[in-house]
Structure formats: structure tokens, C-alpha cells
Design a protein around this ligand. Sequence first.
Ligand code: NAD
Ligand code: MG
Length: 338
Amino acid sequence: MPGKNPPHHNEPVGTASDSSSTGLPDLGTADEPVGTGSHPDSRTSNSAETERAGKEKISPPEQRQEEPGLDRDLKPKADHGERSYKGRDRLSGKRALITGGDSGIGAAVAIAFAREGAKVALAYLPAEQPDADAIGGVLEDAGVEVHLLPGDLRDRNYRDSLIDEAVTALDGLDILVNNAGKQISVQSLEELSDEQVEATFDVNIFAMFALSRAALQVLPEGGSIINTTSIQAFDPSDHLMDYAATKGAISNFTKSLASQAAKKGVRVNAVAPGPIWTPLQPSDGQPIEALPEFGHDTWLGRAGQPVEVAPAYVFLASDEASYVVGSTVHVNGGKNQP
Ligand code: NAD
Ligand code: MG
């Protein structure tokens, strides 16, 4: 299949202990989060090379990347919890597939899940291999299995086989995180092409139908699906018309799917992030001139970091959420919300 199966595809990279032998970057020696304090396990910091943002207010410089954007080139780099997230065995033995798991919110979820004891498989676009390798390196440090499953969710062959690929790689599946998303800012409806509307719906919501349908065939009782919706589902920005509409659809879909899946003992829920600093934003997700002020309109007055969203997914995936069904956890720094 085109774009799939790089050399280490389906090989667990989380079982080796020496990152130099895998060619993966050793993120444990750099990228100390600013403002979050040192992780007890941290080694020598080399933050001059690649400064990683912490939980303080950021004013990113104006910047632009081609879609889908790479965390590697983000200024400042986002905090996925590389140094700070501590697991408490809340997902021991579980097997999770995370779409968009190479960067941003998905990467933070992958690190958190791994440190909570889960085996993880990451789906992402082939162009994002550098980010996937970087997160693979962090997961490797956590000593867990990680499987890399690159491909384009618009490619029906890839989409329709992804759940089976994950089941094969992980020897089963307990958690599906439908997190991949496309967001392109366009100022007016007149400038918004049908092609963009179709692409946004295809990635953001149509793929969720297909992946969830396949997942329900294999998820056991106690399994979980978590969909990434957005504050945009409830408070749409007019320059994100197509994107916001998909997020409204995802929130609605989450409830009907939750009702069906509950009959099988599978819980479906959603997370609705507010403004989170990820590669989505400078790859045309926002107007370039809006980036320095990104997230400053929240009640906390700042954008969130991916690491601050991950605990909501951990909670929803864990057995602690055994009675939480069809719900949405809002993680947005304070904004008007339902
Ligand atoms: P991100 O760019 O790090 O993640 C989005 C991921 O979607 C990409 O890494 C990519 O792997 C995947 N993707 C996009 N198009 C794809 C395709 N055609 N095929 C396969 N994968 C594809 O950005 P993020 O902000 O972490 O986004 C993750 C989710 O969070 C998205 O659903 C996004 O809508 C949602 N979200 C983000 C914010 C925010 O402010 N960053 C706010 C609310 C919701
Ligand atoms: Mg990415």
C-alpha cells in the first residue's frame, strides 16, 4: 500500500533501550520544558537547541508550515509531557490505536498512555515520519511497545485496513482514539472550495465512521472509543466554517455511537480542546498574524500545551471512567461552553 510500512513498521520500537541503535533522537537529553520544573529522571538539558514551551503564556512568532506541519519545526516546540507526565498504571495491559499520534494532542496522549502501561500504535501521514520517530523515541524510553502505522486516512485502502493492522500489531485492541484532524483557515465562504470542505469532512468525521465501525467489531467489553472534538463545535469561528462544522458533527456522532456501543459494553466519549499549541495552527490552521495572540482570549489568558489535554483521554480510557458514556470533557483554559 502506498505510503505504508517504513522499515520499522509494525516492529515494536519500544522494547529496545538504546535509542542510538534505532536512529531515533534521544529526547531525554534536550528540550527541558520551560516553566514546568525538572522531571526527576531528566538528564542534561540542552534547551538552547530546541526550546520546548511549558505551561506559561506563549506568544509564538509569526510562522508558516506546509500542511500537515511538523512539531520538529514548531517555534516554540510544544510540550507533550516528555519530561513531566508520570503514569500510575491506569492503563496497564491495554492496547490503544491513536490517529494523529505523531504530534500535538495525539503525541501527548501516546506518551501518557504508554506511561500508564498501555501498548500503543500511532497512525499519521507519511510526511510526518520525523515527528513519529521522535515520539517513538520517547515511548521507547518508557519501555513499552509502540507500532508506527503511517498512511493517509483519505486513502480508502489504508482507512479500511487500519483497525486490522492495529489489531495485528498490538495483538488486540482496547482503545481507539479518533484524533486525526485537518483545519485550514479561510476568511470567507466565497473563498472556501468544495475540495477543501470535502477533504476536511473526509479526515475529521468520515474517517471516524469507518474506523469506529471496524473497531466495534473487535473492541471487547470494557473497551473505549475517544473522539477529539473541539470548542469549535460549540463556539465556531467564522474563518473555520468547514472545520467547525465537522467538530459539531463529531460531538453529535459521539452521542449516537455511545448509545449503540454501550449495548456492547464499549464506552464512547469525546474531548473538546480549546486553543492548544500544535503544528495544526501554523500550517494554515490560523491566520499567520493571529499566532502571537493564540489562546490569549481564554480565561487563563494563554494557549494550552498538548500535555495538559492528555489526562482527559487517560481518564476516559481508564476503568475509572466505567460509568462515563457519551460525555465530553472540555479542556480549554476557560471559554464559554455548554
Ligand atoms: P496536529 O497537527 O499535531 O495533529 C493532527 C494530526 O492529524 C496530524 O498529526 C496528522 O497525523 C493527522 N492527519 C491530518 N490529516 C490526515 C490525513 N489525511 N490522514 C491521516 N492523518 C491525518 O494537531 P492537533 O492540534 O494535536 O490536532 C489533533 C486533534 O485535535 C485534531 O482533531 C484537531 O482538530 C483537534 N483540536 C485541536 C485543537 C488545537 O487548538 N490544537 C483544538 C481543538 C481540537
Ligand atoms: Mg502531525
